[in-house]
Ligand binder design. Structure first.
Ligand code: SF4
Ligand code: SF4
Length: 155
């Protein structure tokens, strides 16, 4: 009998470092600047990307040493995950925290690291900006996150 995949049977706080890291689908979405509505707490993603984000691979250019360049980059852990309400709905960490299954395009499910890009979930091919243009409000850079979420079929 085939054994169940580790993410279905292992609680997040019991995962090994390798398992925990494997949950990341490498979408790159969490490395975009976000805006939070102070009144209702709603989070909006913008097309302003972290300077270390590589738009082709959708990964950090210097993950191991990233805090030397971006001191406020958060290390996601099982402990701080529940407070990271800004993670996108498609994020595997958020999905498992909410007792939802991983989608079919997730690399662990599909076996294909490119499936996340083919499904339009990642930042690959999206119009990104390094910095906001002077005088242009950050709100102008909000991306249509709803479309991405719909494609992800996790709503
Ligand atoms: S949003 Fe989640 S799955 Fe996507 S890159 Fe960030 S941590 Fe990984
Ligand atoms: S430093 Fe790296 S991991 Fe952190 S937000 Fe920037 S690109 Fe993402």
């Amino acid at each position: 009998m085939a054994s169940q995949p580790f993410w279905e049977v292992t609680p997040l706080h019991r995962m090994t470092t390798v398992q925990w890291e494997a949950l990341c689908d490498r979408c790159g979405r969490c490395c975009l600047e976000k805006l939070t509505n102070r009144r209702n707490g709603k989070v909006y993603y913008t097309s302003i990307a972290c300077p270390l984000l590589d738009p082709a691979s959708c990964q950090c250019r210097d993950y191991r040493d990233r805090r030397r360049h971006v001191p406020n980059c958060l290390q996601l852990t099982p402990r701080n995950l529940p407070s990271c309400r800004w993670l996108p709905r498609t994020c595997a960490y958020r999905l498992l925290l909410e007792d939802k299954p991983l989608p079919e395009w997730h690399p662990l499910v599909s076996g294909d690291p490119d499936a996340v890009h083919a499904a339009g979930i990642s930042i690959r091919g999206k119009e990104l900006h390094a910095l906001p243009t002077e005088g242009v409000p950050l709100e102008s850079y909000i991306v249509d996150w709803g479309i991405w979420a719909k494609k992800a079929r996790v709503d």
